[in-house]
Design a protein around this ligand. Structure first.
Ligand SMILES: C[S@@+](CC[C@H](N)C(=O)[O-])C[C@H]1O[C@@H](n2cnc3c(N)ncnc32)[C@H](O)[C@@H]1O
Length: 268
């Protein structure tokens, strides 16, 4: 199982915040215009970034139920500022095995951020069925869609990124991961279950001065490429060239993501 450090989640949160698709978010918020209180189940909550992103968008009383299998991250989520009016409950759960939480926890909507590209087709099928069985709306943000643009280009980028793409499809604890196809798979599946979907891109735009974020991405990709069988020296040379560009302020990146909001037609 892949572990996510609180430092990495904190670093990426700013980029996630900027990236969330405003039209999709507007549809989410409008759906609940006429209700006084909402209960939100967030799957794979990490340190609570979805709650931090959404709580100020809703004037309503909010009850958040945050699920993750990492106790250290859940402790951070528990300690994060709560919505002005509402409650926060953190729950330790291995969602790869236990999806009953989606069937059993009181909820007006289910949310998740940066989780779907880690899961398998079979798992996403199960999740979609459980959500649809209760006609729950589903808001999924920051699902990677395979687009990665590096500027300026390097002749070894394509080899590294092909290996990264293959690595993204390896098992992250939920069976063979969907990786870049996760959002389109989820959307098609939910549509077949009677859901209408609003979707839009939510790309990370990483500027030349975003040194720490770029370094983290490059180091992660280099490790993944080596793990997938690329020669150590070729990967190390590529990393050194990209780090030189970064240090001289010439490197930028765009990483493609998709946000979507799915709700059953005819329901709220
Ligand atoms: C990429 S992080 C995203 C965290 C958070 N949603 C965010 O956007 O900052 C993926 C999260 O899924 C959680 N996760 C991974 N496998 C899990 C599992 N089997 N059960 C529950 N949570 C899991 C990780 O602990 C991590 O918090």
């Amino acid at each position: 199982m892949k572990e996510f450090s609180a430092d990495w989640l904190a670093l990426r949160e700013l980029y996630d915040m900027r990236a969330r698709n405003p039209s999709v978010l507007k549809s989410v918020v409008q759906t609940f215009n006429d209700v006084l209180a909402i209960t939100i189940v967030d799957l794979g909550c990490g340190t609570g970034s979805m709650m931090r992103a959404l709580s100020s968008c809703f004037p309503q009383h909010q009850d958040w139920r945050l699920f993750d299998n990492d106790l250290r991250l859940l402790e951070r989520a528990r300690a994060t500022p709560h919505p002005a009016a509402g409650t926060v409950t953190v729950v330790l759960a291995d969602l790869s095995r236990d999806l009953e939480v989606v069937s059993e926890t009181p909820a007006d909507m289910v949310t998740t951020s940066a989780l779907l590209d880690l899961v398998s087709e079979a798992w996403l099928e199960r999740l979609a069925s459980k959500i649809a069985a209760r006609s729950l709306p589903f808001y999924a943000t920051i699902t990677h869609d395979g687009r990665i643009d590096l500027t300026p280009a390097d002749s070894f980028d394509a080899a590294v990124l092909a290996a990264v793409k293959a690595h993204q499809r390896s098992d992250k604890g939920f069976g063979p991961a969907l990786g870049a196809t996760a959002a389109s798979f989820a959307i098609t599946r939910l549509q077949s279950l009677g859901y209408s979907v609003v979707q839009g891109t939510s790309d990370w735009v990483i500027a030349p001065h975003d040194y720490d974020m770029q370094l983290e991405m490059l180091a992660g990709w280099a490790a993944a490429a080596h793990e997938m069988g690329e020669r150590f020296t070729a990967v190390a040379d590529w990393l050194a060239r990209r780090c030189e560009l970064l240090a001289s302020g010439q490197s930028s990146m765009r990483i493609g993501h998709v946000d979507f909001w799915a709700r059953q037609t005819g329901t709220r």
